[in-house]
Design a protein around this ligand. Structure first.
Ligand SMILES: [Zn+2]
Length: 82
């Protein structure tokens, strides 16, 4: 059964990687000038969570966008002034 991925460009310079988190294969454009991951904005808490996972490699779009904001996010927003 073939699952077509609309996120996979036909450009041969895109490589297929396995997600470091869920193992699903996805297209990585690190060899190109415009990988989809450049458009993904992570919060500081998400970056910290990623570091804590000690992942070796890239994450698929679903895992990257589905990262929980983390408990540190609220602390950053509600800066205590009293
Ligand atoms: Zn994944």
């Amino acid at each position: 059964m073939v699952t077509p991925s609309a996120r996979t460009p036909a450009d041969p310079s895109w490589v297929t990687k396995a997600c470091a988190r869920c193992g699903r294969s996805f297209a990585c454009g690190a060899n190109t000038d415009s990988c989809w991951c450049d458009a993904v904005t992570l919060t500081d808490a998400q970056r910290t969570a990623l570091s804590a996972l000690r992942l070796t490699g890239c994450l698929c779009p679903d895992c990257l966008e589905g990262l929980p904001p983390g408990p540190g996010d609220e602390d950053a927003r509600a800066a205590p002034t009293r």
